[in-house]
Design a protein around this ligand. Structure first.
Ligand code: RBF
Length: 169
């Protein structure tokens, strides 16, 4: 479903895990900070709302979205961090720069998740313009930061389910 028709802050909340024991890393790109700060606020507040402890959330900044993968990798490599949320906003420009950044970050974050076996969430907006970004950073289409945090929570729930499941013998 295109996000044009979706409110990113509306999601199902059935069977969520107890996240109070979990520790979260949030890595935030400084480019387009008006947007990324709003995304961070959404992610942080959603984690708190669904049971995370403030002392279990650690934030770090990177200059731009291209650096999110390495930042996320440093968080994810820590044994005491359970999930990482990467937050950025890459706005289409006059060159294809945004395409290269978007693909690199999507691939990079995927690799970090597969390498570490932890949820590493793509909380990156890839809009055509600033207004589309603001619409998805607490505007008319909700907040992608909320959705990214909820995705981390749901993936932790799935991870727990898969690793604790016992087949009947
Ligand atoms: N970083 C972002 O997070 N969002 C952007 O929209 C963005 N646009 C860029 C456009 C250009 C032309 C350049 C050179 C960089 C841009 N970056 C952006 C920064 C990029 O992610 C990275 O930090 C730098 O390329 C590192 O030098």
């Amino acid at each position: 479903m295109a996000s044009e028709h979706k409110n990113l802050s509306v999601f199902s909340t059935e069977n969520l895990p107890n996240i109070s024991p979990y520790r979260f890393g949030i890595v935030v790109a400084e480019w387009n900070s008006e947007v990324t700060e709003a995304l961070f606020d959404g992610a942080y507040q959603t984690l708190i709302q669904y049971g995370a402890k403030a002392e279990n959330i650690i934030r770090g900044n990177v200059p731009g979205s291209f650096e999110l993968s390495l930042g996320a990798n440093w968080f994810a490599q820590r044994n005491d961090i359970d999930a990482v949320i990467a937050i950025g906003c890459v706005i289409q420009g006059e060159t294809k720069h945004n395409d290269y950044i978007n693909h690199a970050v999507a691939q990079g974050l995927t690799n970090v998740g597969l390498k570490t076996g932890k949820p590493v969430i793509f909380g990156v907006l890839t809009p055509n313009n600033q207004q589309q970004a603001l619409d998805r950073a607490g505007g008319v289409h909700g907040n992608k930061g909320d959705e990214a945090a909820m995705t981390a929570i749901k993936m932790l729930g799935l991870q727990k389910q898969v690793y604790s499941f016992q087949f009947k013998v």
